[in-house]
Design a protein around this ligand. Structure first.
Ligand SMILES: [Ca+2]
Ligand SMILES: [Ca+2]
Length: 196
C-alpha cells in the first residue's frame, strides 16, 4: 500500500518578517519573490502569499539554495539581496535614492539591473550573466563584480564600473557594450570585448 503524505504535496512558501523597520524575506525552496518599495511602504509577493508593511527602513531578501527568481523595485530603500546557492535570476530597479546590493552567490546567476543608482551586483562563483542599466538611461549607474567563473556583462547605458574577476585557461570574461557607445564604462579583468 502506498501512502501519500501531505508533506510531499505541501506548497513551500518564503518566510516573511518585519522587525525594527527591516523587512526580511527568506525563500525556503525555489520560488518567485517580488518586492516593491515606495517611500517606506513595502509590498511582498511570495508564492501565493502577499504582505504589506509601512514604515520600512531596510529590505533583506534571501534566496534558498535552489534556483530562485527575485524581483525588487524601490525608490527610497536599497535592498540587500542574496541569491545564495543555485542558479538564481535576480532583477533590481533602484528608481530613486536607494542603492541595492545583489549577491548572486554560488551557481550560474543572472542579474539584471533595470535602473541603477550606484547599484552593486556581485556574481561570486559560477558563470554569471549581468544585464546592466537596461533602461538605457544616462542617469543609471552600477558597480559590477563578476567574481570567479566565465562571466559576461552587458551594458545598456549610464555609468558602469565592471570587474570581470578571476579568469584562467578557457574561462574568459566578456564585456558587451550594447549602448551604441553612449555608456561610460570603466572596466578591468575582461578578456573579450564586444560593442554594438
Ligand atoms: Ca546563486
Ligand atoms: Ca562569477
Amino acid at each position: 500500500m502506498m501512502i501519500e503524505t501531505l508533506e510531499s504535496r505541501r506548497l513551500l512558501a518564503a518566510s516573511v518578517g518585519f522587525a525594527g523597520g527591516v523587512v526580511t524575506v527568506t525563500a525556503t525552496s525555489a520560488e518567485t519573490i517580488n518586492v516593491v518599495e515606495n517611500t517606506g511602504a513595502v509590498h511582498v509577493e511570495a508564492g501565493a502569499n502577499q504582505y504589506n508593511f509601512a514604515g520600512a527602513t531596510a529590505v533583506h531578501i534571501n534566496g534558498s539554495s535552489k534556483n530562485d527568481v527575485i524581483f525588487y523595485t524601490g525608490n527610497t530603500i536599497g535592498a540587500v539581496i542574496n541569491g545564495n546557492d543555485g542558479n538564481d535570476n535576480i532583477s533590481v530597479d533602484d528608481e530613486g535614492t536607494g542603492s541595492s546590493t545583489v549577491n548572486g552567490g554560488k551557481g550560474n546567476d543572472s542579474i539584471t539591473i533595470i535602473h541603477g543608482n550606484n547599484t552593486n551586483a556581485i556574481g561570486g562563483d559560477g558563470d554569471d550573466q549581468f544585464y546592466v542599466n537596461t533602461d538605457g538611461s544616462s542617469t543609471s549607474s552600477a558597480i559590477v563584480d563578476a567574481g570567479k567563473g566565465t562571466d559576461s556583462v552587458t551594458v545598456y547605458g549610464g555609468t558602469v564600473n565592471a570587474d570581470g574577476g578571476t579568469s584562467s585557461g578557457n574561462n574568459k570574461d566578456t564585456l558587451i557594450d550594447a549602448s551604441g557607445g553612449t555608456a561610460s564604462i570603466t572596466s578591468t579583468g575582461f578578456e573579450v570585448f564586444i560593442s554594438y
